[in-house]
Design a protein around this ligand. Structure first.
Ligand SMILES: [Zn+2]
Length: 190
């Protein structure tokens, strides 16, 4: 068994560490250290630092998962929104169906129909009103469907965000009660 001399990360006391040891306890100050190697050097790090790094990593992964979930929700909504847009016959423009616009359309067509009925021909005016109401009702249904879908999307997103912030609040700065008992092997300090 070869021993490598290292310095304690905390107090600087010289320690002899077996090459295969992953953890060591400082004889001098009693701190528990992880032994790190690379090609040219061996050094020690405080376990707490490793725990902090691990916690940071876990946080980063959670953050990434959260962002991915948010993006997935937005992609779902983009797809659904695209399928619900209305295409304007003349311009070919695609816009969001709108409840107010649909109601305004119905009112406008009824007014036009009544004007035609009074001034031009009653039968033709009534026809305009009927066709207008049927088309308007269809537009209104589409607009309501769109608004429901949009609300559902917003609720999904808000739910995810609330959940995320709740989790963040719950895991933010826990008192580091968990000791090094989770580590499997300890180097000998004799
Ligand atoms: Zn020490």
């Amino acid at each position: 068994m070869t021993l490598t001399p290292v310095a304690c990360h905390k107090c600087g006391a010289p320690l002899d560490v077996p090459n295969e040891a992953r953890f060591v306890t400082c004889r001098h100050c009693g701190i528990q250290l992880e032994v790190k190697h690379n090609d040219s050097a061996t050094w020690t790090e405080q376990i707490e630092e490793i725990q902090e790094q691990t916690e940071e990593l876990v946080e980063q992964v959670a953050q990434l998962q959260y962002q991915n979930a948010l993006e997935a929700i937005d992609r779902d909504w983009d797809r659904e929104r695209e399928s619900l847009l209305i295409t304007h016959k003349k311009s070919g423009r695609r816009t969001e169906p709108n409840v107010a616009a649909a109601i305004f359309g119905i009112c406008a067509v009824v007014v036009i129909g009544l004007i035609v009925a009074v001034n031009v021909q009653p039968g033709f005016g009534v026809l305009i009103v009927l066709v207008g109401i049927v088309a308007g009702t269809f537009n209104l249904a589409k607009a309501k469907q769109f608004e429901t879908a949009k609300r559902r999307h917003r609720q999904r997103k808000t739910g995810l965000q609330m959940n995320h912030f709740r989790n963040q609040a719950a895991t933010g700065k826990p008192p580091s009660a968990s000791g090094p008992a989770t580590f499997e092997s300890w180097g000998k300090d004799t």
